[in-house]
Ligand binder design. Structure first.
Ligand SMILES: CC(C)(COP(=O)(O)OP(=O)(O)OC[C@H]1O[C@@H](n2cnc3c(N)ncnc32)[C@H](O)[C@@H]1OP(=O)(O)O)[C@@H](O)C(=O)NCCC(=O)NCCS
Length: 158
């Protein structure tokens, strides 16, 4: 996509309200949150560039397009695995233009440059999409009574 930029959320606080709204609608329904406030709190914790958790935003011409994050933990009960790609989301009207893949690449490269050898993620239903980006299924897993899979990607140092 022309003009696509991916930057740290901490450098773009102006996108916070839209981002909180999107993620609230997508996931907090499952998590049982009643207002976007808890989501804003979670997002604020991701406003870092030197330590985890770190969130990135994809944007173009002052328009928020999507987000992704690098986290120490992402799945309750699997604290043995770290770190994780999480919070991958692209606004519905901006999908199927490569923005999601570009966000994933940004997080993968950030992890690689920090010396991470294996990166994990949890997905309910995007296994095939991640497989096409080089991820493999590690094991099935339940999240809030819904079945999904833990996937991993081995990162070779550059
Ligand atoms: C999953 C999600 C992040 C993908 O974002 P996206 O920006 O649409 O992702 P991409 O554009 O990189 O890839 C989507 C498809 O568009 C295709 N595509 C990529 N660039 C394209 C282009 N320029 N023109 C047409 N299609 C294109 C990709 O090949 C891909 O097809 P595939 O599904 O057959 O692999 C998005 O659908 C989303 O936010 N879903 C809801 C939240 C979610 O499920 N997040 C993942 C949690 S684990």
């Amino acid at each position: 996509m022309r003009d696509l930029r991916i930057g740290y959320l901490i450098d773009h606080p102006e996108y916070m309200p839209q981002l909180a709204q999107w993620l609230f609608q997508e996931w907090d329904v499952i998590l049982g949150e009643k207002t976007p406030e808890a989501r804003i709190k979670k997002l604020k914790a991701h406003m870092n560039r030197d330590h985890l958790p770190i969130a990135w935003v994809a944007h173009a011409k002052g328009q928020l397009l999507g987000t992704a994050a690098l986290r120490v933990h992402d799945l309750e009960g699997r604290e043995d695995l770290t770190p994780w790609l999480g919070g991958v989301f692209v606004g519905s009207q901006f999908r199927r233009r490569g923005i999601g893949a570009a966000l994933c690449s940004t997080v993968v490269e950030a992890a690689r440059s920090r010396g991470v050898e294996t990166l994990y993620l949890f997905t309910l239903d995007k296994q095939e999409w991640y497989s096409r980006q080089g991820w493999t299924v590690l094991s099935p897993c339940i999240w809030h009574e819904r079945p999904g899979d833990i996937m991993l990607k081995r990162l070779q140092s550059a």
